[in-house]
Design a protein around this ligand. Sequence first.
Ligand code: NAD
Ligand code: TYD
Length: 354
Amino acid sequence: MNKTYLVTGGAGFIGSNFIIYMLNKYSDVNIINVDFLTYAGNLENLKSVEKNENYKFIKADICDAEKIEEIFNENEIDYVVNFAAESHVDRSIKNPSIFVKTNVEGTLNLLNAAKKNWEEKDGVYKKGVKFLQVSTDEVYGSLGETGYFYETTPLDPHSPYSASKTSADLIAKSYYDTFKFPVNITRCSNNYGPFQFPEKLIPLIITNAISLKNLPVYGDGLQIRDWLYVKDHCKAIDLVINKGKVGEVYNIGGHNEKTNIEIVKIIINKLNKSFDGRINENLIKHVEDRKGHDRRYAIAPDKIKKELSWEPITMFEEGIEKTIEWYLKNDEWLKNVLSNGYLDYYNKMYKNLV
Ligand code: NAD
Ligand code: TYD
């Protein structure tokens, strides 16, 4: 019998990549995509699978207890993969409340609905079910010049975004500790690839560059992120659902640390030739630093490699070329996303820049 996945936030960047990955890989899975279609959700991302008979979309808010319960009652759900979230640190600095609502209350609501539907008797659940909470490496806070985040590293979030994700992560863990509810938690580093909303560093730099706009670099640009191609994250999530030990946390990352300024210069270099040299370092503009800006993230993925034999496949050189090419080829997608209120946001954020 087909396993049924309830994927929340499946119209966003990683969620849509995950749905496409799963439907391409397996012919015997059903996917129900539950997404509220906020500014970050875009059904265009799922065009390639929308007619697949194993795929279904339901527009719903994960905070809507009644609706989520109804979805559980009307479908035989085996797995929940909770991607749905407010995901952008800069927005969380401007408006923290929605982050607590969606990321904390929404996750709690999903946990309650799944628990209610799956629990056969006290602490005993339907066989084989699992709830995967998609968390983030940002729950660990910031590193100095050396060292890595392990699953045992104390949680020390700094932004309202990462604090809300940490709360959700801990609530999911508490459901395992308290109710033996079958949970896994994944903490992945920064993703990049197709369908990422152009408010995040890599797509923002690509889309600004190709419109010959300035390229905003926060502060000195020497902050470090550990970049992973989105498909490798999807592969890890698939492994954790199917093979992860219940109750465990798995870090995901490909040991690909780069400073932000390095990322910006790599993108400039890749685009420079095709744009007759007009895309060059003169476009870089150092702007005011982000408040509470975490300096360095770096994941130790030893556990998932050892226990689940996960390995990233796409190295950065190849991944960034594929990503740039994707944004160049998908100008219609970009135009639609930009006209969808994004430009207002951009102009507010960077009013003195262009
Ligand atoms: P995204 O912002 O691109 O997508 C979020 C999706 O959630 C959107 O489709 C949006 O419509 C939906 N959503 C928002 N509020 C909702 C609600 N109340 N009910 C239902 N749907 C709602 O985010 P992303 O970058 O794809 O990240 C997905 C998940 O992965 C998030 O939980 C994020 O914290 C986590 N994560 C992201 C990264 C990264 O680098 N992007 C890294 C590690 C973990
Ligand atoms: P972002 O893509 O927002 O991811 P996160 O903050 O979750 O790591 O930002 C990645 C890094 O790039 C982060 O250090 C902030 C920096 N940054 C810029 O320098 N300029 C920008 O315009 C943006 C969006 C981010």
